[in-house]
Design a protein around this ligand. Structure first.
Ligand code: SF4
Length: 239
């Protein structure tokens, strides 16, 4: 894919679909990027909104999730309830077992607390590499990112060109507030992760996520022991 052309395509898509709702935009994209469009879910509030739209309207868009092997039991429960509600498939990508075996054998099960480099190594093995496999041969990646989730996401547009994966990224909820997201979940009886009710606005792997206090940043509970690092794992590399 030509980088310049795709930056131009992202700009055009932002203009072309400016006044469209999410459903109409997804239908248009499913046609435009036929069989090369996918949505990644971590079963967050935001991701559950998008899964609900895709599944309810039978859109020809695949949904996948990354099972790092270190997720909360509550996340597996919402995964299970989502399968039961919609009776659809969610493709699971797991880390390369040989790399996980080597990592844990050589560094133990909690190496990510030791240094930023070791944390990034674990995220790379358990998240980034499986994501790269999931996005291989895709032209459009749908995400549940909201602008108000972090400072670095505030300047994102609905459509971005993702340099590292060389595809168009569509962020349908980029301008949604948390309140709007929750209202959609409640109104449409969408299954959600119960940890959201227990002070976890952003949910990742169990050992690397804690609840946030009143007034703290939404992503302050991710890798909370690290100082002054981006609260990102490398998945959204344009952060
Ligand atoms: S969030 Fe923690 S456990 Fe999960 S992949 Fe990253 S370092 Fe590993």
């Amino acid at each position: 894919m030509n980088q310049l052309l795709n930056r131009e395509l992202a700009r055009e898509l932002n203009q072309h679909t400016q006044s469209w709702n999410i459903l109409d935009t997804l239908k248009y994209l499913a046609e435009k990027f036929r069989r090369q469009i996918t949505f990644s879910t971590s079963f967050s509030y935001e991701d559950q909104v998008i899964s609900d739209i895709i599944f309810t309207h039978n859109l020809p868009i695949t949904i996948f999730t990354l099972d790092t092997g270190r997720l909360f039991e509550e996340t597996y429960k919402v995964h299970s309830r989502t399968l039961a509600k919609y009776d659809k498939l969610i493709k699971v990508y797991a880390p390369d077992h040989a790399k996980v075996e080597k990592l844990v054998t050589q560094q133990g099960p909690f190496s990510f607390y030791e240094s930023v480099e070791q944390r990034k190594e674990c995220c790379h093995i358990r998240k980034v590499e499986p994501l790269n496999r999931a996005l291989k041969n895709m032209a459009c990646w749908i995400t549940g990112v909201r602008g108000s989730q972090s400072e670095s996401r505030q300047n994102w547009s609905k459509f971005e060109y993702d340099d590292s994966h060389q595809l168009i990224k569509y962020n349908p909820l980029i301008n949604w507030t948390l309140e709007e997201t929750i209202a959609y979940i409640k109104t449409n009886h969408v299954p959600y992760n119960i940890l959201h009710d227990r002070g976890y606005p952003s949910i990742g792997c169990a050992p690397c996520t804690r609840p946030v206090k009143e007034g703290e940043d939404i992503r302050a509970g991710r890798w909370w022991w690290e100082n002054n690092t981006s609260r990102e794992c490398g998945i959204h590399s344009n952060d």
